[in-house]
Design a protein around this ligand. Structure first.
Ligand code: MG
Length: 207
């Protein structure tokens, strides 16, 4: 996927993702402060606006960096800062990439997951977005067909969300609920699932 298509696909995906803002707000309200809806809707709108302003010769790295900056500046939330850091970490593994391959997407997801683990001081099983992101990164290993890879990523993200229902939240405000957090899907992991699903929907409608 070249930079121009990447830019359009991100904008298309985030336009779809904004439709999930109410669902994410409600989930986050059950486990935390409910700001995830606005983090996702305001952050997505800011990224779309920023990507529309990029020059035609912007590279995939430029696109990822601009997305990170816009997402972070749109919101003061911890989630926004973690996602922005993850996008920057992903952009660093792309270096001079001009065409984003499945392997590049895998490396990006793995670097993003490592960033969230480090900066969020969290690990898989803590019931956070990392549970989904690590599963998505794993699902993309050794894939060579874009459609198959995307379906694998969607299934991995959905399975991860399902698994978070049985877990107790160990990070952020949700951890204050202790065992009362069990039974509710993690909002961050759900946001990632909705994003990956949106990526597929955007590909069907814009390409
Ligand atoms: Mg929150």
């Amino acid at each position: 996927m070249d930079a121009e298509r990447l830019n359009a696909r991100i904008r298309g995906s985030l336009t779809v993702l904004i439709d999930s803002a109410d669902e994410l707000r409600d989930l986050d309200q059950a486990l935390g402060d409910g700001d995830l809806g606005i983090t996702v809707s305001a952050g997505s709108a800011a990224v779309i606006a920023a990507l529309e302003q990029l020059p035609p010769d912007a590279t995939p790295v430029d696109i990822a960096r601009a997305s990170a900056k816009a997402f972070a500046n749109a919101n003061p939330s911890t989630m926004a800062a973690l996602v922005a850091g993850a996008l920057l970490a992903g952009s660093r593994v792309w270096a001079d990439t001009t065409d984003v391959t499945i392997a590049d997407a895998q490396a990006f997801a793995a670097a993003a997951a490592a960033s969230i683990a480090q900066r969020g001081k969290t690990q898989v099983g803590d019931k956070t977005i990392l549970d989904g992101l690590a599963a998505v990164a794993d699902s993309l290993v050794d894939q060579n067909d874009a459609d198959v890879a995307l379906d694998a990523a969607i299934a991995a993200a959905a399975n991860a969300v399902e698994s978070t229902k049985d877990l107790q939240s160990r990070r952020g405000r949700a951890s204050w609920l202790q065992e009362r957090s069990i039974g509710i899907a993690d909002p961050g992991a759900t946001a990632l699932q909705r994003f990956v699903e949106s990526w597929k929907i955007a590909g069907q409608t814009t390409e």
